[in-house]
Design a protein around this ligand. Structure first.
Ligand SMILES: NC(=O)c1ccc[n+]([C@@H]2O[C@H](COP(=O)([O-])OP(=O)(O)OC[C@H]3O[C@@H](n4cnc5c(N)ncnc54)[C@H](OP(=O)(O)O)[C@@H]3O)[C@@H](O)[C@H]2O)c1
Length: 210
């Protein structure tokens, strides 16, 4: 299978890329990024500017798309800029890949995604899930982790405190509230792409915990 990975330099995206490179079920990977990736015979890595996407780019000719793109309101600078990255870009990619024949799309979404949520983050994740369902993919999967566990390049104070609290209370917590290790999320994303089961599916945080 030929796979497009969007967000391959991120915490989850890096795990997806490593798993896909090692997986014989995946024959070719396209990973457009804004930071260079280490070269590999199976990998085509190009630079991308999501404000300049074009239907002419060869990266859209794939069987499946895994999207692990995302930012934070703090990094993006405003709620509108956050929505552009976490909602608009995944949809723009989805439309272009679908037009070029991709039949499966797998989104790294989030626990609590709900278009009617009063929490802005959950509302945006719910809206992107809802809008992706109108595009026409044969197979659509939303992987919905809780707090993502793993080593980050950047320091996120709130997430670090929450991770400590969740680690200390882990055995007492219901599985859905536990940390979702990035490696487990990545395996669920990749398996969903390879299996490409018809219909719309959700993989919940409880299925992603250790
Ligand atoms: N943090 C959590 O605990 C948590 C929980 C549930 C769900 N999620 C969601 O899970 C997804 C993956 O999370 P993650 O922690 O793996 O994300 P991450 O480490 O922050 O990586 C995000 C990826 O998106 C790329 N990106 C962001 N803004 C971009 C832009 N303007 N143009 C091009 N690329 C851009 C980054 O590229 P660069 O490397 O170039 O920055 C990186 O590849 C996100 O959608 C997030 O909202 C997160």
């Amino acid at each position: 299978m030929k796979l497009l990975i969007i967000g391959a330099t991120g915490l989850v995206g890096r795990h997806v890329l490593d798993l896909a490179l090692a997986d014989p079920r995946v024959t070719a990977i396209i990973a457009p990024t804004r930071r260079a990736l280490t070269s590999h015979p199976k990998l085509t890595s190009t630079m991308i500017d999501f404000e300049q996407l074009s239907a002419e780019q060869s990266c859209w000719n794939v069987d499946a798309v895994i999207c692990t793109l995302g930012t934070t309101i703090k990094s993006a600078g405003s709620k509108a800029a956050f929505k552009r990255v976490d909602h608009d870009y995944p949809l723009m990619v989805a439309r272009l890949a679908h037009q070029h024949g991709a039949s499966s799309y797998i989104l790294n979404s989030a626990l609590g995604a709900n278009p009617t949520s009063k929490v802005f983050y959950n509302q945006i994740k719910g809206e992107v899930e809802q809008n992706l369902q109108t595009i026409g993919f044969d197979s659509l999967t939303f992987v919905q982790p809780g707090l993502i566990g793993g080593k980050r390049d950047d320091f996120r104070f709130g997430e670090r405190i929450l991770a400590i609290a969740l680690t200390l209370t882990q055995p007492l917590l219901p599985k859905r509230w536990r940390i979702s290790p990035a490696s487990n999320i990545a395996q669920a994303l990749l398996d969903s792409a390879v299996e490409s089961k018809p219909g719309c599916h959700r993989i919940r945080s409880a299925q992603l915990a250790n």
